[in-house]
Design a binder for this molecule. Structure first.
Ligand SMILES: CC(C)(COP(=O)(O)OP(=O)(O)O)[C@@H](O)C(=O)NCCC(N)=O
Length: 460
């Protein structure tokens, strides 16, 4: 297997043309790319790792060539600028990994781009499962990502609106890919593309019929605070839309479908593109917001309760009064057991069956959730991935909504709370820059109020 791997690589990865011949050498035969693709697809997972490591190591940058040219560039300082530009261009050429040419050739054959997207998905999976993190593999990944970012830039993407008249195979894919609020049956998908709804996808000529990222939008009178009203309501399916009832666009689900395009920011571009599309259809529309789940809050809360119990500080997460309510309802003796009782109530979602607990826990859960979204960080950015996504896009953490998702999943994941990330169109680029560069989160007064309540009550 080793020499067949060597054999294939030597045969299909074309040698690097010399600088002088760089524009004069004919591209390698397509059969090379097809053979490379065929061979790679036939490999098992661990063989792919070995193959990719060899590709990244033996077919990357010729380091000696690059360092010789770097030394030469130093020698030409002080010479005329034409000479310096000449040597810089040679150095730039020498810094191109050999496999970058291979990828460019592969992208020109039928199915080549899709092959490279899937190859990057393998690279991401290998890197994320820590199976490998060699610097050469990181270079391979970033070279491939930069090529894909060029090929999948917005100008080359096609915006498609999905309707009930779209081909079945597209509707079937849209249903399959829906990652946020699963589509259960034909009625579900018919509603998602019916009146007061829009469904858009980006497609690319190299992957016809494949939605790369899908955005589901609800057209409402004002910014929605409940998801059941969007995905469950039996709004009569064949009513016509009354424009006077449409003032806001609610993004209630977005999913990217190609793991290999992670980091290419398709979702961000799709949201901005759809906003422009809706503005041309509804010139008076001025409210654009997500209605987003908060995956991970419930688990974080159970962890926080457990953590505080160990340090004997659980009482700070709830006020005296709130703990007393928990004790009354659960019959737990005063003190530690109330923490355990609350943890169990949250982990089993049982609390949702007691109106008294719902009322008693609302202020506590809302301020804890505000802190989870605004205060909990990972490398300085929002810990919650959905928050991080919308904040990177420049959205404002605008409103937390109690009892926004009363489905079992909604209660279990985030105690039923959902959040609106609002897109104030004039502010998204400064907000995005402030977040990405200085990790500043733009939040509304409601959110900041809840956060300061949390900070006061728990003296964190
Ligand atoms: C939220 C999504 C669409 C962001 O994708 P995208 O804009 O391409 O970001 P990235 O993957 O380029 O960082 C993507 O991360 C996704 O599909 N997440 C799972 C479903 C969800 N909405 O959380």
């Amino acid at each position: 297997w080793h020499n067949s791997m060597e054999e294939i690589l030597r045969k299909t990865v074309a040698p690097f043309p010399s600088y002088e011949m760089r524009d004069k050498s004919p591209p390698p035969p397509e059969s090379n790319s097809l053979e490379f693709m065929h061979f790679y697809k036939s490999l098992e997972k661990e063989q792919k790792l070995e193959f990719l490591e060899k590709l990244s190591y033996d077919f990357g940058v010729d380091h000696r060539w690059a360092s010789d040219l770097a030394a030469k560039l130093l020698d030409t300082q002080g010479r005329d600028v034409a000479t310096i530009l000449q040597v810089e261009d040679r150095l730039r050429y020498s810094l191109t990994p050999r496999y970058r040419e291979l990828f460019t050739h592969i992208s020109r054959v039928q199915g080549g781009v899709k092959f490279l997207v899937d190859l990057r998905a393998d690279l991401i999976e290998l890197a994320s499962s820590k199976i490998t993190d060699s610097p050469h593999m990181r270079d391979l990944n970033s070279t491939l990502k930069s090529l894909l970012s060029e090929w999948f830039s917005v100008g080359l993407l096609q915006l498609e609106r999905i309707t009930w008249q779209s081909p079945c195979e597209i509707l079937q894919k849209i249903s399959q890919y829906e990652a946020v609020h699963p589509v259960r049956n034909w009625t579900d998908i018919k509603r998602r593309v019916g009146p007061y709804r829009r469904c858009y996808a980006f497609t690319h000529a190299s992957m016809p019929g494949e939605p790369l990222v899908v955005l589901h939008v609800a057209l409402t009178e004002d910014i929605a605070n409940n998801i059941q009203g969007i995905v469950r309501e039996f709004s009569t399916l064949d009513t016509d839309e009354d424009v006077n009832k449409i003032n806001a666009a609610i993004f209630y689900s977005i999913s990217s479908t190609q793991a290999g395009l992670q980091g290419v920011e398709l979702g961000n571009y799709l949201i901005k593109r759809v906003v422009r599309e809706l503005q041309s259809e509804f010139p008076h529309m001025a409210q654009f917001s997500s209605l987003s789940p908060i995956p991970g809050f419930s688990l974080w809360l159970q962890g926080a309760l457990g953590q505080h119990k160990k340090e004997g500080r659980a009482i700070e997460l709830l006020s005296e009064q709130e703990w007393r309510e928990v004790e009354d309802v659960t019959g737990a003796a005063p003190g530690a057991p109330a923490v355990e009782a609350l943890r169990r109530l949250i982990s089993t979602s049982e609390w949702i069956r007691s109106d008294r607990l719902i009322r008693a826990l609302e202020p506590a859960l809302m301020r804890l959730c505000a802190w989870y979204l605004y205060g909990e960080k990972r490398r300085g950015y929002a810990l919650n991935p959905v928050a991080n996504f919308h904040l990177q896009n420049g959205a404002t953490m605008w409103r937390l909504n109690w009892q926004a998702d009363t489905s079992p999943r909604g209660i279990a994941n985030s105690c039923g709370i959902m959040v609106n990330y609002r897109y104030f169109l004039q502010e998204t680029s400064p907000n995005s820059a402030a977040y990405l560069q200085n990790k500043v989160i733009k939040a509304s007064e409601q959110v900041m109020g809840l956060v300061s309540q949390f900070q006061k009550s728990s003296k964190l």
